[in-house]
Ligand binder design. Structure first.
Ligand code: ADP
Ligand code: MG
Length: 250
């Protein structure tokens, strides 16, 4: 579902991603761990073309994201085509990014109507179904500020799901939450994984990674230093830097 090869990205003279390769099979969950500043958010932003890449390829479900190949060279796709591609790649942010002036239901139907052209009645039905899924049925008319952080993040996940994404990206989805609210969000993510949703999850929740991930990737200094099944990477890391990082977060 996701294939990244030779991905390079710099900001000015600072290299942030230095040749990242990553493959995620359909229905699999990959957790990305690594120190602050190692390029995790930039990696996610390159996947859905929120950042232009300097070199390398990102393919989602067999299609290059953001570019088309013409005579062996990559040409940027027009914005409306990229918007369409992005519609199939959901993103859940650390700070929820809900629209504060819209109700929960309005947050959930906006993109399906606006981007996919789903009829309003159908969009509302979809929204209700996803609210049920994240355990927030009945909160359609609430405003984000009336909800706890955990509830807001579950709404953000429901909103991503209304687009029926092929791939769902999470950028530290529980980092902004009070500790007692982390579990309810992880539980929703665990259910999604079990339902076969393909996901890339940047997280410091090592317990979640151990339990849910098919593969864990350790990113350090813009490079994948080590990757493997959780029982190998987390319990028996080969690279000294992976060991050092795990000692610090565990
Ligand atoms: P992480 O998510 O692992 O903490 P980031 O991908 O956010 O790391 O950032 C990696 C590096 O890239 C950091 O040094 C950060 O300061 C830099 N960076 C990220 N975004 C930008 C930007 N838009 N402009 C300049 N530098 C950036
Ligand atoms: Mg980050």
């Amino acid at each position: 579902m996701l294939k990244i090869s030779g991905l390079h990205k710099s900001f000015g003279a600072t290299p942030v991603l230095r040749g990242v390769d990553l493959t995620v099979a359909r229905g699999q969950v990959t957790c990305v761990i690594g120190p602050s500043g190692s390029g995790k958010s930039t990696l996610l932003r390159c996947i859905n073309h929120l950042e232009k890449v300097d070199a390398g390829r990102v393919e989602v479900d067999g299609a290059l994201v953001g570019y088309r190949e013409v005579g062996g060279r990559l040409r940027e796709l027009p914005d409306r085509v990229v918007a369409r591609q992005r519609a199939g790649i959901g993103m859940v942010f650390q700070n929820f990014n809900l629209f504060g002036h819209l109700t929960v239901l309005e947050n959930l139907i906006e993109a399906p109507i606006g981007v996919l052209g789903v009829p309003r009645a159908q969009a509302r039905e979809r929204a209700r179904e996803q609210l049920r899924r994240v355990g927030l049925k009945g909160r359609e008319d609430a405003y984000p500020r009336q909800l706890s952080g955990g509830q807001q993040q579950r709404i953000a996940i429901a909103r991503a799901l209304t687009m029926e994404p092929k791939l769902l990206l999470f950028d530290e989805p529980t980092s902004a939450l009070d500790p007692e609210l982390v579990g309810e969000v992880l539980a929703v993510m665990r259910d999604l994984a079990q339902a076969g949703q393909t996901m890339v999850v940047v997280t410091h929740e090592i317990g979640f990674a151990r339990e849910v991930a098919d593969e864990v990737v350790f990113l350090d200094g813009g490079e994948v230093l080590e990757s493997g099944p959780p029982e190998e990477l987390l319990d028996n890391p080969r690279h000294p830097r992976t060991r050092e990082f795990l000692h610090r977060v565990l």
